[in-house]
Write a protein that binds this ligand. Structure first.
Ligand code: 13P
Length: 251
């Protein structure tokens, strides 16, 4: 079944104490019975164990921000999918535009990361989205299609059912510019159509497609009310408990 999800990508923010404070506020205020969606926190990896402890005692779920394509070995500084699994991590973001831009991550590498995560029962949140020049040239549909084709469309039907897609137009990330609800719906529907063409209608209907890019408590309701927007991947607005909880309540 298609899940509604609000995931907070903390990026490289928060000290240990601040992380504990935010997790405490989230865990205390999430009411199991009133939750309208899955609520996921994706803290920096050094806080994943802490986040997992909070998740044990609350309705929170935990996601990583990145994972290695390798299983284990001499890869200094990397974190493997098996390590994430051993800390009860549920999800892991891959292919965020910041990783593509600053760390040269390619779709082929992301395909390997998706495989590694699925091998360890972690649900990949696969990010895609165009830069401003691509939108201006009106090639954003092609760009997203290529990212999905090369990054996750090699997966089998069974595997693909454990993938979440996040559409994040790069021009909307951290800029205060948000895709309009119509723009978001248009490309989310396009993505769902691609999934239907590649797999089938049932899998497409069951795939969660999240929107990311300057999503906040003020605009989440309108974005999430679009037929093909199943929630959000939230950056800046996930760093404050009140705001993040309001977003999670916006369905
Ligand atoms: P902002 O919500 O800060 O624009 O970031 C979005 C994002 O990159 C989430 O992964």
């Amino acid at each position: 079944m298609r899940k509604k999800i609000v995931a907070g990508n903390w990026k490289m923010n928060k000290t240990f104490e601040e992380a504990e404070e935010l997790l405490t506020a989230l865990a205390e205020n999430l009411d199991d019975n009133k939750m309208k969606c899955e609520v996921v926190v994706c803290p920096p990896s050094v806080y994943l164990e802490l986040a997992s402890d909070f998740a044990d005692e609350s309705a929170l779920q935990v996601g990583g921000q990145n994972a290695s394509n390798h299983e284990s070995g001499a890869y200094t500084g990397e974190i493997s999918a098996s390590m994430l699994e051993s800390m009860d991590v549920d999800y892991c973001i891959i292919g965020h535009s910041e990783r593509r831009k600053y760390y040269g991550e390619t779709d082929n590498l992301l395909a390997e990361k998706a495989n590694a995560l699925l091998d360890h029962d972690i649900l990949p949140i696969f990010c895609c989205g165009e830069v401003i020049e691509e939108r201006e040239k009106e090639i954003h549909f092609e760009v997203v299609k290529k990212q999905l084709t090369n990054g996750i469309f090699h997966l089998s039907e069974d595997e693909f059912q454990n993938v979440v897609i996040a559409y994040e137009p790069v021009w909307a990330i951290g800029t205060g510019l948000t895709a309009s609800p119509d723009q978001a719906q248009e490309i989310h529907a396009f993505i769902r159509g691609l999934v239907a063409d590649k797999y089938n209608n049932e899998i497409a209907e069951n795939t969660s497609i999240l929107y990311g890019g300057s999503c906040n408590a003020g605009n989440a309701k309108e974005l999430f009310s679009q037929a093909d927007v199943d929630g959000g991947l939230i950056g800046g607005a996930s760093l404050k408990a009140d705001e993040f909880l309001k977003i999670a309540d916006s369905f």
